[in-house]
Design a binder for this molecule. Sequence first.
Ligand code: CS2
Ligand code: MG
Length: 402
Amino acid sequence: MKITEARLIVCSPDRNFVTLKLCTDEGIYGLGDATLNGRELAVASYLSEHVLPCLIGRDPFAIEDIWQTLYRGAYWRRGPVTMTAIAAVDVALWDIKGKALNTPVYNLLGGRSRQGVLVYAHANGKDIEEAVDSVRRHMEAGYLAVRAQCGVPGVAGSYGVPKGGKPYEPAERGLPGEGVWSTERYLNFVPSLFEKLRVDLGPEVHLLHDVHHRLTPIEAARLGKALEPYRLFWMEDPCPAELQESFELIRRHTTTPLATGEVFNSVWDAHELIRRQWIDYLRMSIVHGGGITHAKKTADFAALYHVRTGFHGATDLSPVTMAAALHFGLAIHNFGIQEHMPHTRLTDEVFPHEYSFAEGYMHPGDAAGLGVDIDEKLAAKCPYQRAYLPVARKLDGTLTDW
Ligand code: CS2
Ligand code: MG
């Protein structure tokens, strides 16, 4: 089999997605996601200018060799743009291989290890009452794990809380918006949210919380300690993680489980975090972390250190990534949990897929390959729209981590 065509589809069915379609001389094609939120066209151009021409004529079964060629062969290694581009090619190749062998991708990764993939939903509210209500509604819809975010009094535009009753969507069309941030107000407030959640909703539901990189390590340590009575499933991205030893400090002070890595793009971003057991869950996704090939190596390394996966799954990761994550999560042994933020109906129409949700778990379906397709005609009716993630400023105007 040979790759005969490599095509990029850039579309915006309610939000932007970059999708790679690799076609072969046997009529089988594979899809890969290349979406990097707010920087979509950088990856599209990296692929179309520098990667796709090199794929024509290659054997799509040679996944490892193509991965190494794109990684080592570029000389310039790592980085979100490069690793997202490599991921798009890699995932499309796994899709092709599954279809060619007439088996779901999870069978190529070791086969089913569990019945379904535990997922967590996003609940939020402008105040505690609304947030508790939102968690309750997600539990009623069958979710066993729910992330809770809440507006902080005196902090307009807190992370994870949508404006005007719309579902939360991180990127906004146009140029970057600005939010306000106060660590003091947030730290004083958050424990009361989780106290109320446990009092009202009981001990069973898995509760998660995303700090979104906004604290210093010692502040994060204080928060982790304050949240211990409410037994969180995890506290996510407590501080920026470029300095991996920050987590040693947090870890020393709290038994609240820690998750990080949605902005990571290779095992090297998490090497010390894993090796020193400073985290419990790794969030690096298949799309931003070099595809299934690199995720498998990273997860196998993490398994040696009791670290489990908890992959990023916000709406900026397309249904192609969701499908890949579900095949992966069904197969690997050290799977932990998968984020599930449902896409809009229009996105689901552009990307018809086999995966489904029932009673707290998702399943990738048993179709050959990834079980996800793209409706190119509909995609063409939804052209790219410039959109950005917002930035955040402290009350005195200093730019801080969003
Ligand atoms: C978040 C995302 O899902 C998450 O945990 O941190 O909302 C994140 O902000 C976006 O995916 C960024 O593109
Ligand atoms: Mg997050």
